[in-house]
Design a protein around this ligand. Structure first.
Ligand SMILES: Nc1ncnc2c1ncn2[C@@H]1O[C@H](COP(=O)(O)OP(=O)(O)OP(=O)(O)O)[C@@H](O)[C@H]1O
Length: 252
């Protein structure tokens, strides 16, 4: 971290055990605000487990999580959106029988505490406009009225991100945003992530090391459930341990 940089999220001494197996061991990392941080590492390194813990899917066996200095360990997941934390998972979460616009408008309605049957029609229009703006942001503006189930895989992932953006999060968490995508879809998604990271903090888990090296500000490398290295892509690339356990593995 450089002088003047602040952290939005901090994980302190995180350990996770599944029965007798230790998936994470004493991992402490801090995520710089306003930057794109990627969590990387070989298969089984503990990336998804760590992502699930920082996104509130389950609490760690040991350790604590802080968001803007406030402890959020054990906070129920549904409260994360109100804190300003949104996440998008590998498994798409969209309503297949609703259109793209209806999906996003519904997410906005869910975020609106004062929404009820007495809500004036003008509010619906405002929500519809907000939904349209979010679809434009993820480049789905030409697909407002298509059913989600008829969108291509990459488009469904983009729609999923639009749903996550409905709460206008200051922190966006993405679990393997390019999983299962064609090279063309991957390029579109990477461009979207770069744009999103220009406006908010983004933390993501990603397998495609070469791609992620090119767009991240900060990398966290896990290996066998431990923090192996962290820093800028250049610093991580130059790290002998990382080269030994990870970069030498071929097609990443
Ligand atoms: N619910 C669970 N019960 C038992 N073991 C688990 C569970 N979840 C994860 N593990 C184990 O913890 C280790 C880390 O898994 P995790 O999925 O976090 O790794 P990963 O780095 O995301 O791997 P990949 O890149 O293959 O997705 C693995 O050995 C995995 O088998």
């Amino acid at each position: 971290m450089t002088a003047g940089e602040s952290h939005i999220l901090r994980a302190d001494k995180i350990s996770m055990r599944f029965g007798g197996f230790t998936a994470l061991n004493d991992v402490s990392v801090a995520f710089p605000e306003g930057q794109l941080t990627a969590i990387i590492g070989p298969n089984g390194a503990g990336k998804s487990t760590f992502f699930n813990i920082i996104s509130g899917a389950f609490p760690p066996s040991e350790g604590r999580i802080f968001f803007r200095g406030r402890e959020i360990t054990g906070t129920p997941q549904h409260r994360f959106a109100r804190l300003g934390i949104a996440k998008s998972f590998q498994i798409t979460n969209v309503f297949p029988q609703l259109t793209a616009l209806e999906n996003v408008r519904f997410a906005i309605q869910c975020m609106s505490q004062r929404f009820n049957v007495w809500t004036p029609r003008s509010r619906y229009r405002a929500m519809e406009e907000q939904a349209a703006a979010l679809l434009e942001m993820v480049e789905l503006h030409q697909h407002h009225h298509r059913l989600a189930m008829n969108l291509a895989h990459g488009e469904q992932r983009a729609l999923e991100i639009a749903l996550a953006l409905a709460c206008d999060p200051s922190l966006l968490l993405l679990d393997e945003p390019t999983a299962g995508m064609s090279p063309e879809e991957t390029t579109v998604m990477m461009d979207l992530i770069i744009r999103l990271a220009g406006e908010r903090t983004v933390i993501l888990v990603e397998h495609k090391m070469k791609l992620i090296m090119g767009i991240s500000n900060h990398l966290i490398v896990l290996h066998h459930g431990e923090l192996l290295a962290e820093g800028t892509p250049d610093a991580v690339r130059a790290n002998d341990e990382v080269r030994r356990v990870y970069l030498g593995q071929g097609d990443h």
